[in-house]
Ligand binder design. Structure first.
Ligand code: SF4
Length: 812
């Protein structure tokens, strides 16, 4: 689609006219560019809140005139972004003023997927759901109700889980990206995300972590990069990016190391081999605070393999180089730099771990930090305290609820099928289609659109056909909401109450308060309020689990915990020296006369944080069997022995497609990744990536983000495939040609972009486009590579293997 600026403005204006709203702000904004009259004066304020365009949790302040939000800026004192905001955050008003928002509760009147929708009131909608759920409960089938959630923020996560706990279902299933958490679980005994004290690192080794464009918090990463490069006195940090595609993060690093997809674990172990062989590891940390480095004997006198022996035996550099494609000299140099340039830190994200061998890869990378003693030290891996919210009382539940929640989960997380997993989102379609272990009667969708954004999208579509009743909370008619029977649209993030705790990448707890900056534009409702309403309508012990009137009440109650805990509100810019001084003197929180005064200030300032981080160790850091960092994971061993339930663990490992046996299976090691498609038929790895402008798949509905997506590649409102110039030449493909990208699952047609930052046997496609729904700005533009991805996963931890599909190319 070719839209010049004038066309874009015309279409935008027409869209606003279609709304029939005199106060359509997008229309005002567009017209104001060309109008001669100034903006009419009116009461004006700046309201603090939290961005939700990505998981970064940046603080925002929204300029509101006459009750209308007109501009979003960064919140100056928020510790994540300190007043800065990225383009995606700036575009947030286009979520609020999207002309294609769902404007109130709707029920579908025709067959599944038909567009025959009928409005109903909130009372009717809540009664409808509650009666259905009550009836299922009466049939003793409460476990057949499931909630699929994207990545819910803050207390919404706990609220959804609590609802099913009280109602009686184990099937709260999140689309989680908890690779780091599982590596930390195996080595430190704590199932949590960790942070990285990057501001004090001298060497940052990133395995596929797209820090500056699509990591946990791009603005924070930009701020840290700027500090490391320009502001920090003394040693400038070195940044090395390991990944198959030269990303924006790679381009801003000191070195990009291209690597064969799925082999990051082998490289980490090759680096560890050099560090151990050369005696460069932190001997004191390894001797005093780790377990399983040397060979060891258990209580029965049996000998076990240690990490050191495994490395020296199995990770000779020539072999590592062959596997990874990284030259031996590079591995040696990198290992020496990583060990010597202390403090050094190794981090990984989805690029390294979303393979079939993801868990062992993450474990190997995390072990690099232990080798150089970078656990809980300045510049290393840090373990933030939780935000001290008021704990909730346990769910009492009734007999039906207890029985239902003890039923097996449909995703089989934590069983012999996925022993280390907490959630296995990608298992859901298969389980529903096979009624494994039972049919699903009701499915709730909360901030997830798997028919577009998951591999095996068709599997989800077919599975949805089998579910009698689907409820979506989406504010937009996306591909999955289209298949729902009932839509209970949430507010947008600028219209609702929500907490937003920020843990990843920070070494201290931060709680942003998202508040309504304007009145809701339509008859939408906070999903937290809706869940509470449904629980109360069901009654009995389900209702009793929700003592609060609404989600704002939950939030206010939870905030009493931080009122008593200390810390401070976002009231002043805390620089490093101030924080250090506070830490040394002992942190003394400001005093408030009452909780109500504290609450008012908390909301007005936009949040709370506790900047006093203590580098103390002990059980806080290592909740393992040994009380130490475990290279040899006793947690993994015990878990596998437990779920094997009497059969040999080697048999279980074979079923899990793990090739290692005995001690090696409990140590970080390289498992060859599995791929869909034979290399002879499909010679390219398909590497999908998130761009800085699309915020995953959601940004496609925001025209400003569509428009600025031209910046890196010159193809706005569209998608493309990046091909190495030499590889393209061999196929007779020129820059800008239309090409077919074909996997064993199907094919799609898109434009070729010749890119020297693509490896010769890897092609790269951005995700975010190719919507079949989701409003006028998103629908029918570009292609969605997810639809040709096959369904594969790490069978230990259940991670979706996003990069497990091979493709071939041909000129279209
Ligand atoms: S980094 Fe994420 S949270 Fe921060 S402004 Fe950008 S989109 Fe919003």
């Amino acid at each position: 689609m070719d839209l010049d600026r004038r066309d874009f403005l015309k279409v935008s204006t027409a869209a606003c006219a279609g709304l029939g709203l005199s106060g359509c702000v997008l229309k005002k904004l567009i017209e104001s560019e060309e109008a001669e009259a100034p903006w009419p004066p009116g009461p004006e304020s700046w309201v603090a809140s939290v961005c939700q365009q990505c998981p970064g949790g940046c603080g925002i302040q929204v300029r509101v005139i006459d009750g209308t939000a007109v501009k979003i800026d960064g919140l100056p004192f928020h510790p994540v972004n300190r007043g800065r905001l990225c383009a995606v955050g700036q575009a947030g008003l286009q979520v609020l003023y999207d002309p294609d928002r769902i404007k109130g509760p709707m029920r579908r009147m025709g067959g599944r997927g038909s567009s025959n929708w009928q409005s109903l009131s909130w009372d009717e909608a809540i009664r409808l759901v509650a009666e259905k759920l009550a009836e299922i409960r009466r049939r003793d089938e409460s476990h057949t109700v499931a909630i699929l959630a994207g990545q819910p923020r803050g207390l919404m996560d706990r609220l959804l889980a609590r609802f099913l706990d009280a109602y009686g279902s184990p099937n709260y299933i999140r689309n989680s990206c908890d690779g780091t958490a599982k590596a930390v679980l195996l080595t430190q005994g704590i199932d949590t995300l960790v942070g990285y004290d990057l501001e004090h690192s001298n060497f940052i080794l990133s395995f596929g972590y797209s820090l500056v464009e699509a990591g946990w918090s791009p603005v924070l990463a930009h701020r840290i990069y700027g500090y490391l490069r320009q502001e920090r006195p003394g040693v400038k940090a070195k940044i090395v990016q390991v990944e198959p595609r030269l990303s924006m993060t790679g381009a801003r690093s000191d070195q990009w190391i291209p690597i064969t997809p799925g082999t990051d674990g082998a490289l980490a172990l090759g680096l560890a081999y050099v560090i151990v062989r050369e005696g460069l590891y932190d001997k004191r940390f390894v001797e005093e605070q780790t377990f399983g480095f040397e060979d060891w004997q258990d209580g029965s006198g049996a000998s076990h393999l240690g990490f050191k022996s495994l490395l020296l035996k199995a990770y000779q550099l020539e072999e590592v180089s062959t596997i990874t494609g990284v030259p031996v000299e590079t591995i040696i140099r990198l290992a020496k730099e990583f060990a010597r340039e202390k403090p050094a830190v190794a981090l990984a994200e989805r690029g390294a771990s979303m393979h079939t061998n993801g868990l062992y890869t993450r474990m190997a990378i995390h072990c690099l930090n232990a080798l150089v003693g970078s656990i809980n030290v300045p510049g290393g891996v840090v373990l933030s305290e939780e935000v001290p919210l008021t704990p909730w009382p346990p769910v009492e539940g009734d007999a039906l609820g207890l029985k239902g929640r003890l039923m097996p989960r449909i995703d089989h997380a934590g069983t012999s099928r996925f022993p280390i997993a907490s959630h296995v989102f990608s298992q859901v379609p298969r389980s529903i289609l096979r009624q494994d272990p039972y049919p699903i009667n009701v499915l709730f969708l909360y901030y997830t659109n798997p028919i577009h954004s998951a591999p095996d999208a068709m599997g989800f579509a077919k599975a949805f056909e089998k579910v009698p009743f689907i409820v979506s909370f989406s504010p937009f008619m996306d591909e999955s909401a289209q298949q729902a029977d009932l839509i209970l649209p949430d507010h947008t993030y600028l219209e609702r109450w929500q907490d937003d705790p920020v843990n990843p990448m920070m070494k201290y707890p931060v709680l942003g308060i998202r508040r309504p900056v304007v009145k809701p534009s339509y008859d939408t409702r906070n999903t937290g309020d809706v869940i509470i309403g449904i629980a109360k309508a069901i009654g009995g012990k389900v209702a009793a689990a929700f003592a609060w009137d609404d989600f704002e009440g939950i939030l206010k109650d939870a905030a009493k915990g931080i009122f008593h805990a200390g810390g401070t509100l976002f009231t002043a810019p805390f620089e490093e020296a101030q924080v250090k001084s506070l830490e040394e003197r002992g942190w003394r929180p400001p005093r408030y006369k009452s909780f109500d005064e504290f609450w008012d200030q908390l909301v007005e300032r936009g949040g709370w944080w506790d900047p006093a981080y203590q580098f103390v160790g002990g059980r806080r850091l290592f909740k393992t069997v040994s009380g130490k960092f475990e290279f040899y994971s006793q947690h993994l061993r015990r878990t596998l022995e437990r779920v094997a339930a009497g059969k040999p663990v080697s048999e279980l490992l074979r079923e899990l497609k793990v090739t290692a046996r005995e001690d090696q299976a409990y140590l970080p090691h390289y498992e060859p990744a599995r791929f869909i498609g034979e290399a002879k038929d499909y010679p390219f790895y398909l590497n999908t990536f998130k761009s800085a402008t699309y915020a995953g798949s959601r940004g496609a509905s925001q025209p400003h983000l569509q428009e600025i997506s031209r910046l890196p590649i010159g193809l706005p409102w569209d998608s493309w495939v990046e091909i190495n110039p030499q590889a393209a030449k061999g196929l007779g493909i020129a820059d800008g040609d239309w090409v077919w990208v074909e996997s064993p699952l199907g094919k799609l047609k898109t434009r070729a972009r010749l890119y020297p930052g693509a490896m010769p046997d890897v092609v790269n496609m951005p995700v975010g486009q190719g919507h079949k729904a989701y409003g006028r700005w998103a629908k029918g533009r570009g292609e969605n590579p997810n639809r040709i991805l096959g369904e594969e996963r790490d069978s230990l931890a259940g991670f979706t293997a996003w990069y497990a599909t091979r493709v071939k190319l041909s000129k279209a």
